[in-house]
Ligand binder design. Structure first.
Ligand code: C2E
Ligand code: MG
Ligand code: MG
Ligand code: MG
Length: 279
């Protein structure tokens, strides 16, 4: 009996695994054609200066709309794109598109300090990254200092020495660098202080329970003070409530991003928001 239930559990497990890898395979096949079939779009989420409430930046967030399956979350398809290498081509499309959008807003007089683009660790380790970034900036005629690249701690963990090289080259090309989801990875503070990072993005997992959890408040406060001591700015992710905003402002956090200010918006709606702020 024990043996049979054991076998049943095993077969349930493999059935799950087969279903999830079948889905991953299906998504991977569809991803191969998604670029040419123009199924990708960028949404933009406002980054707001907490002192003034002004929108000072925007993060480009990739959206994939499949004609039959509907929207597929980046949390699901980005890892597949990374494992298959497709993130290189997709990531170039993201950067080229974001750079053109940023340039258009500057030309319209509704420009932001920076537009942020996420770089996956796979892109970060790609030997042609600097050329790709440079090409996108040149083609859009966007000054490098209008671009911010969001890295994750995973990008620097394996090989901190070459991570420092890559960051230095990107920084010399003019781009700002920020560390995304800060506090969730394994970056060493010893390396952090050497990297040319302008900003730490405080992960939303710390922001979420800030009203109830004294530990999260302590962690946020420590990150902000450490960033200040190292000459870096801070952006809090996932700000949804007024109480979170007030706490972050009181702690000296520079910027906030989250549903309290705006959801990620399709490009036309985000542009309208910028025009509205301008007038
Ligand atoms: P991320 O870079 O940390 O982006 C922030 C995520 O938090 C976004 O999820 C955003 O929609 C969500 N968010 C923003 N405000 C709030 C809030 O107030 N509450 C909550 N609960 N969530 C909020 P999204 O768009 O689903 O993206 C998930 C992740 O996928 C991103 O996390 C990023 O790691 C990755 N990603 C998205 N676009 C790209 C891209 O173009 N390239 C790469 N390499 N990764 C991307
Ligand atoms: Mg990000
Ligand atoms: Mg993040
Ligand atoms: Mg994240």
């Amino acid at each position: 009996r024990a043996k049979r239930s054991g076998r049943n559990r095993y077969s349930f497990f493999t059935a799950d695994l087969e279903a999830s890898s079948a889905r991953a395979l299906m998504l991977e096949n569809a991803l191969h054609r998604a670029l040419e079939r123009q199924q990708f779009a960028l949404h933009y989420q406002a980054q707001v200066a907490l002192q003034t409430g002004q929108i000072v930046g925007a993060e480009a967030l990739l959206r994939w709309q499949h004609p039959e399956w509907g929207p597929i979350s980046p949390a699901e398809f980005i890892p597949i794109a990374e494992n298959s290498g497709m993130i290189i081509a997709i990531g170039e499309w993201v950067l080229a598109t974001a750079a053109r959008d940023a340039k258009r807003w500057l030309d319209q007089g509704i420009g932001l300090r920076t537009v942020s683009v996420n770089l996956s660790a796979v892109q970060f380790r790609h030997p042609q990254l600097l050329e790709m970034v440079s090409r996108c900036l040149d083609e859009a005629q966007l000054p490098g200092h209008r671009l911010e690249l969001e890295l994750t701690e995973g990008a620097a963990v394996d090989d901190p020495a070459s991570a420092l090289d890559v960051m230095t080259q990107l920084h010399e090309r003019g781009a700002h660098l920020s560390m995304d989801d800060f506090g969730t990875g394994y970056s060493s503070l010893n390396q952090l202080k050497r990297f040319p990072l302008g900003k730490l993005k405080i992960d939303q997992s710390f922001v979420r329970d800030v009203h109830e959890d004294a530990n999260d408040r302590a962690i946020i406060s420590a990150i902000i003070h450490m960033a200040q001591a190292l000459g870096m700015r801070t952006t809090a992710e996932g700000v949804e409530t007024e109480a979170q905003r007030a706490f972050l402002l009181e702690q000296g956090c520079d910027e906030g991003q989250g549903y309290l200010f705006s959801r990620p918006l399709p490009v036309a709606a985000f542009e309208a928001l910028l025009h509205q702020q301008q007038s």
